[in-house]
Design a protein around this ligand. Sequence first.
Ligand SMILES: *Cc1c(COP(=O)(O)O)cnc(C)c1O
Length: 428
Amino acid sequence: MNTDRSERLYRRALGLIPGGVNSPVRAMRSIGRDPIFVERGEAAELIDVDGNRYLDYVCSWGALILGHADPDVTAAVREAAGRGTSYGAPTGGEVALAGEVTERFGSVELVRMVNSGTEASMSALRLARAATERDAVVKFAGSYHGHVDGLLAEAGSGLATGGIPASPGVTDAQTADTVVVPWNDTAAVEAALAARPVAAILAEPVPANMGVVVPAKGFLDFLREQADRHGALLILDEVISGFRVAQGGAQDLYGVDADLTVMGKVLGGGLPAAAYGGRRELMERVAPAGDVYQAGTLSGNPLAVAAGLATLVKLDAPAYGELGTLTGRLAAGLRDAAGDRPVQVVSVCGLLTVFFSAEPVRDFAGATACDLDAYARFCRALLDRGVYAPPSQFEAWFVSMAHDEAAVDRTIAAATDAFDQAFGSRRE
Ligand SMILES: *Cc1c(COP(=O)(O)O)cnc(C)c1O
């Protein structure tokens, strides 16, 4: 695999951009190699600047559910760009997209668009605090809601205490109202809610930022019931699961309603767009309908809205049937390829993780206990064989509608060799 151009670009980038990249995981440091600079994408494939082709299971971290350069999305963006790229005034497209969102999410009556998932979760939390007149938020270890100061928190010393900063530059005050509990741990949630008044429980309903760790049976219902019992709001961060695991996201798949829903990634069809929404009376607290301030120069950007709309209209019920079947085929094939070695393959429609663990992974502690070096070897071996899996075990594999059975079978064949490399039992 030739990497001359990527290497040259990386050297130059290191002198101009922190770590050479505009978002950390792209640097591929956790699998011990240099980043791959991309030239273009074609459906399920990524082509790098040296001409290497890869089956792409990152798909812009889930934003590209239709794959790269989908002709309908591309045409919609071109058409929109011809009419101007931003107005700072409302458009019909925003109304249409809000309509598509509320049709899919039964719990969402009003929706406000922003530019990133970070902004959406920050704004939803502000609204929850305003509506409940409470400060604390309960979040789960290993879940990610963007780089909001108060949400970059690790578990503190006890459940009654707030979290501690997970990054330099985040102050103790900013994490003091963030209580971090283990995912799938009902007793910890109960204790946190009993300890102090809580504005919101904030959860990824299908956590996908510690690898995919599905909710234990009944856990989401438990969160709904606990939130109601304690007068807290349930905020479900569906930035990944929304429009992916089912037409109406995880709320549709698991039959649970959020008070506020955070969306992003697929919503923008590969352009920067995100949103938060919920019941009318709650969302009408947001300015200018209400008193909770939130604004954005490029919010509801016409190009992003066009890409989002062109994406959502193609995601009907049969599309999720296909995506689910394809994801299942990949998961089963990877499980077979791993054989009796200590590997757990977890999958939900459109999402998958390969954990190098003898035990099923239930929470962040389980995810961090995995053999990350084995994952790194596995991932490097896949790249050498033309499969671009997420360069971190803590990130999900994203299957798109542009992948097909042939692509999945090629992936499984590559994985058969890659597992040998990961476990040091090379057959070639
Ligand atoms: C990606 C992600 C975010 C942050 O979205 P950005 O657009 O990167 O700011 C928030 N929540 C979840 C669950 C995510 O996966």
